[in-house]
Every structure is written in C-alpha cells, then in structure tokens.
Design a protein around this ligand. Sequence first.
Ligand code: GTP
Length: 342
Amino acid sequence: MEAIMLAGGFGTRLRPLTYTRAKSLLPILNKPMIVHLIETLPDEVNKVILAVNYRNDQIEKYFKEHDCGKEIIVNDESKPLGTGGAVKFAEKHISERFLVLNSDVICSLNLSDMIKFHIKNQSMSTISLWPVENVSEFGVADVKENGNIVDFVEKPKAEDAPSEFINAGAYCLEPDILDYIDTGRLISMEKEIFPQIIKDTGRFYGFKFEGYWMDIGRITSYIEAHKFLMQKKKIDICKGDNCEIYGILKESCIGNNVYIGKGSKLNSTIVYDNVVINDNVNLTGCVVGENCKIGSFSDLKNSVLGDNEIAEEETILDNKVIWSQPIPKGYPDKQIGNVIEE
Ligand code: GTP
C-alpha cells in the first residue's frame, strides 16, 4: 500500500525556523517531525511518497542518509499545488487504495483500524476525525451515527455546529478519487474535492479516534508537542550528544553540541544543534535555532531565534522573533521580527 505525505507547505507560521528548513524536518525530540509520522504507518504501507516542493533538497538528502524502513519517493512539485494538486501529482506512484497524511500532525490515530473501517463501509474516502471545543475556528463535519459524513460547515458558531468533529488530516482513499482532481492546478482537497465526493457518491466517512492529536502549525503547538511527548515518555529533558550543561533544564529539549553555562535556566524550551548559551541566562517557552549564541544575563520569554542568530549579553525579549538575515527568495511572507502569532 502507498502513503502520500503532504510535506510541501512553507510553514509560514513557524518562521523563522522554516526560513532555513522544510517544516517536516523540524525536529521533535531531536528527530524530524515527518519521521515520527512515518513510524506510525502500518506494516501494509511499503511505499511512502513525499509530496514536497519548498526545501525538497533537504528532504531528499535526509532520506538518502537515513533508512526509515520503507521505500521513499520524493515527489517534487516544483510549484505548490495545494493538498489536492499534490495528490494528483503523485498519481503515477499510486496503484491501489492509498493513504494521504498531513506531515505536520502528531497523533494516536491507528491507521490500520481506519483502513478496516474504510473497507467495512465500502467508502470512497475516509477521513480521521478529532473532537475540538473551539469549533468556530475549523471546518466541522456533519457526521451521522454510522460515520457517514454528509457535509462540512466552515467555521460555524458553536450553536450552529453540526458536530464537534474536525478533519484530523489523515485520509484513506480509493484511486477513483484521482479522477476528480485536475492536473497541474492549485487545488484544495478539503475545500474542492471532498465536497464533490460527498455530493456525487455519498461514500464519504469519518473515523473518530481517541488519545491525542496535535497540529504542529505554530510555535506554541511545537513547544506543547515536545512537552506532551516528554511527559508521555516520562522524561523531563531530552538531550543530544556532546552537550556540556552547567545550568538547569526543565521540560526542555536540546540538540547536539550544546553548551549551557552555570546559573542558566531553561524552561519549556527547545534548543537546536551547535548552540552556546552563556552563564545566567533564563529561557522560558523559547526555540533557539542552530548555531545560535546567547550572551550572559539574557532573559528571553516566548521568543524564537532563527538559525545563526546572536543575542548579545543582557538581551531581554518577550514574545519576539529574531531574524536579522535576508528572507529566502520566494518565501511567501516578507515580514521580519514579528511578534509570535497566537
Ligand atoms: P502555514 O504556512 O503555516 O499555514 O503552514 P503550511 O504551509 O504547512 O500549511 P498547512 O499547515 O495548511 O498545510 C497542511 C499540510 O499540507 C502540511 O503538511 C503541508 O506541508 C502540506 N501542504 C500544504 N500546501 C501544500 C502544497 O501546496 N503541496 C504539498 N505537497 N503539500 C502542501
């Protein structure tokens, strides 16, 4: 069975980390996000098609150097085709029923169970469903008792919502669905193709699951995912190789070759490889990119340093993004130094 992983987004909400790397390669507990997802694939999936465009060279290089136990095909779109267009572009690699997964989701979905549910219902398209409290921020499924989805309502008021279930970003699809998608055009699977399948076939189902679901779209959810997974593993810190730590870490994850000076305190913070944090630095809710340096007596809260940035001694930051380098050509957002979006 084939699985298409949608990994072509720019990840603008995760800038400046995504100025220098593909979103799907952002580390979670020192392992690329997409590898966590590949590890959840059932044994029947033998081929993984990575639908990429932005920073595809990095993704290609990573999988050349690391064996993840499945055949990996890097399918480069050259320009973003949207979630539907990317699936159509992968058509030549599809031979039978297949999976499509957003590669920025960490969850407890059992894909084998979802496939069984799909087959039992003779569905054409089955999507994973997750319950949320804040329905008004999402497309909400009108799902019947037997799992049949008859409509999606975009961002309804709580009292008008047909259910509490939203699209959780994993699909099991019959190859016929490819006939519904035009070639070479920007198409949204969720907004254009799924409503058409519901209308034409009625064979559209939702698979509810329990446990956890995290969409790693923003810096806050990126940090929360780390904390959640550390709690799940019953560890308080995650540490790479060759680190020298003289300070105190709490609910934090650091990469390889990291130096943390005495008197420094890291709380709910992620630090990438090759970073120097001098003495008496406080970091809370921060992400520190590769090759960064933070001077002594600095105090950073809810802030992000892109790769290769330097915070001088006694830097005080609250809710700031630090990026002093040129924005990569073609990156869709021109702003620099934005406050982190909530
Ligand atoms: P933001 O810019 O922060 O919204 O992030 P994003 O670009 O990743 O967009 P979004 O979170 O909506 O994307 C959901 C999933 O679809 C992610 O795994 C993306 O990598 C993927 N994706 C979005 N657009 C495309 C596309 O045009 N082509 C491909 N191949 N994947 C896409």
